[in-house]
Design a protein around this ligand. Structure first.
Ligand SMILES: [Zn+2]
Length: 371
């Protein structure tokens, strides 16, 4: 129960604002001491009352709850959520007051991070093996779908992947075909390839947010996840890979963080954990937000009309010579729901590309420096 609710339920919510002038000096001293005690619980007297709760004199900064008076504050302190918040705050304070690590501790941490990256991350040979799987699969698929091509994307390409991670493969197809068409045919082709011991355990998940075909490459034992026309994910991969090239510490840090999350069992999305992709983004965000940023941010308030609440109106368009991040601002049409962030299944046609060029001159499309 919040302080506000507590106040209301007692049914005595009246303008009980204590006028300091009406108190004796003893009472003033008592009040000051009580307030000092409350400040240790992060409950502070409001300098001016909130327009929403004009009769409430205190604010618990930990729980963002308005409290009516000293009695209400004491009641609030005993609430479960306040106790939980104060415990977390104390832990945070303890961590923040730890002395900075010594050079020897930093060296030990460095070698632990690098070792975790080495043991669990993919090596150059591992990467070459994954590329070979894509080429082999492309050869099989193109025997029937001659106009299609395959591309590697996701964590194997960014190198944020573990040795055990799935291999993300996307099928590019001509505009004469549709995504369901392509995936159904890919499913059949891969199933038939089982006869020649190429790909096994072929299964589809067409109800997923990004419909895919799963299969296991028999030769390497690697699990593959095949999507079609997943342009947005491929663009994001290219961006993350460019960041990894820009800052060599990024990949080992992501791998060590992912390994830690794995040890703590918080990385299993199916069990309500954090998807591995989000863990990579958290590391990137951390490096972007240092006092002296280690990685650049390519969208922000320096862009005219930028609004954090409408960040999903900005779309990546690609990397330009590894130094610029191309983006495009497409405001959502009035009345249309935002925040869907759906992958565009159809590849861009020639006319669309021309339209993009026209937009460039109108200033809707731009590029931010990566360096
Ligand atoms: Zn509180």
């Amino acid at each position: 129960m919040s302080g506000v609710e507590a106040g209301r339920q007692r049914g005595e919510v009246t303008a009980e604002v204590v006028e300091l002038g009406n108190l004796t000096s003893d009472q003033q001293l008592g009040l000051r001491q009580a307030e000092e005690r409350l400040q240790r619980d992060y409950i502070h007297r409001l300098l001016k009352p909130s327009p929403e709760y004009p009769n409430f004199q205190y604010l618990c900064k930990l729980c963002s709850v308005h409290v009516e008076n000293i009695q209400g504050a004491h009641k609030h302190i005993k609430e479960k959520r306040h106790k939980k918040n104060i415990m977390e705050k104390q832990e945070e304070n303890e961590l923040r007051s730890l002395p900075a690590p010594s050079p020897a501790q930093l060296r030990a941490l460095d070698s632990a991070v690098l070792e975790a990256a080495e043991v669990h991350g993919i090596s150059e040979e591992d990467f070459a093996l994954r590329q070979a799987v894509v080429l082999r699969m492309e050869g099989i698929i193109r025997k029937q779908l001659t106009a299609c091509s395959l591309r590697l994307y996701g964590s194997c390409l960014t190198r944020f992947a573990f040795k055990t991670s799935d291999v993300n493969i996307d099928v590019s197809y001509p505009s004469s075909m549709t995504q369901p068409d392509v995936l159904i045919q890919v499913l059949e082709i891969l199933k038939n390839s089982g006869k020649f011991l190429e790909f096994a355990e072929v299964e589809s998940d067409f109800h997923a947010k990004v419909p895919v075909v799963f299969c296991r490459d028999v030769a390497s034992g690697l699990m593959c996840k095949v999507s079609a026309g997943n342009d947005v994910a491929c663009l994001t991969t290219n961006h993350l890979a460019a960041l990894a090239r820009l800052e060599p510490r990024l990949v080992p840090l992501v791998l060590a963080f992912r390994h830690w999350a794995n040890l703590c069992h918080i990385d299993c999305q199916a069990e309500g954990g954090i998807p591995s992709y989000s863990l990579s983004l958290m590391v990137i965000f951390f490096l972007q937000q240092r006092a002296k940023p280690i990685l650049p941010v390519y969208l922000g308030h320096w862009i005219k009309g930028f609004d954090e609440k409408r960040v999903d109106e900005f779309h990546l368009t690609g990397m330009e010579s590894d130094s610029f991040v191309g983006w495009e601002h497409r405001p959502a049409p009035a009345g249309e729901g935002r925040g869907e962030g759906k992958a565009k299944p159809e590849p861009k046609t020639q006319t669309e590309k021309k339209e993009k060029k026209a937009e460039y001159t109108k200033g809707k499309v731009s590029a931010s420096p990566l360096l």
